[in-house]
Design a protein around this ligand. Sequence first.
Ligand code: GLC
Length: 506
Amino acid sequence: MSDRNQTKAPLRVLFLSAEVFPFAKTGGLADVAGSLPKAIRKLGHDIRIVMPRYGFIDKDRWNLQPVTRVHVPMGDTVEEGEVYLTYLGDVPVYMVDNARYFHRDGIYAYPDDAERFIFFSRAALELARALDWAPHIVHCNDWHTALVPNWLKTIFKDDPFWQNTRTVFTIHNLAYQGVFGHRILEVAGLAQYGFIVHPELSHWDHVIHFMARGIIFADIITTVSPRYAQEIMTPEFGAGLDPLLRERADTVIGILNGIDTEVWNPATDEYLPQRYDVEHLEKRVKNKLHLQEESGLDVGEDIPLFGFIGRLTEQKGIDLLVAAAEDVVRHLGAQLVILGTGEEKWQELIKSAAAKFPRHVHAYLTFNNPMAHHIYGGVDMLLMPSRFEPCGLNQMIAMRYGAIPVVREVGGLADTVHDFDPRTGEGNGFSFRPYDRTALYTAMVRGVENWKHRDTWRQLQVRGMTTDFSWNRSARQYVEVYYRALSMPGHVPQRLLEKLHFRGAP
Ligand code: GLC
């Protein structure tokens, strides 16, 4: 076989994620993990997902079948895992079960998260061995699985089973890094390799930093939009890791996320009071009236309606939203529907805005998937004033539903939303750059002005609804990345290695 043919051979890919939609979800990572593998499978590759089996994932509902057990070294002890199999379309999904680690109400934010995700990641590798299925690629996502590349290049370096495996590490959000105390190095079985010291990151000398290790040891690092790939190499967006990312600049690749266009389709959406498509856009207004009504707002086609959906965290620009709310109601006469859960302080601020303007502002401070569909299908515009945004999926879903995005020009928002210029008719949304309420408000004012011109607005809606946001293109780009990783020598780049210093545990 020539090299050329070899590079075209179907790949075995083990895809690791702490959350996968529809089984377990806190954010966009789950959406990606629940849709990208399906698209890669369609391209003819044997991709399989591994995730934890959290206690709340019902065995009967998802038809989980026990397949094998794995024994996972955890420092001095060995923990057992029961592995179940189910399917997501054609994609096998293995779920690693261990009552002690995973039978809890939530997914993250427990004091033993380091152990929990070490166990999960290591179990995934043991599973591949138990199945005698050596992957070409282990595709890791976010800090939870970031030690895998580290293991493959240290404890499994000479293991024949892993000789031809390469790793791809995808950063969905650099803000969550996984930083733990030194004892974790032993739990991870990495104590003999010592701490990693980098001249520009000396404040991390005595901790184990999962995300940093993923960046150091993965063969290729990807992130979820081209703009974010550039941004994270700068101090403004690098969350302290930009020096390390700059060292690996030639292997940091931005690939835009797609959305699951079967889950998100206004023509077939079972949650919508009224289904519609681009040919029958006039039907959409029913959803708007329904949403206003169920939210206790004044009902009227002629009242501009904004939506916001997202985790209520600093990242999402809630402070701007709250600060702009009063002007939006008083001067723009517009309405706002908010859906999301998150930090107490934002919940309180939103609640008080809703209490002040009950006919104009309504908040659903819950996790409510059907309501998300109502909002996409009903609002005129969707707001995403994010401080930073690795990709963002909501703006794409909004456009597919004929809601026009109003976004801050960062990360994936900058890659997908282009500011509308009424003179040329170009653009698909409204965007602003400075992180301040006036900039957000100004973009909203422009949105409402253009919304008043029905023809202009319809053009914008049609443009969004006919854009391809599926995974087709990006799935091919991931496969390219996999082949490229496979062609790599499989060690830490010499240049970086020379800078790093490995120091024994204290
Ligand atoms: C994280 C990011 C978001 C991205 C998602 C999926 O949730 O904050 O921007 O779209 O991951 O990659």
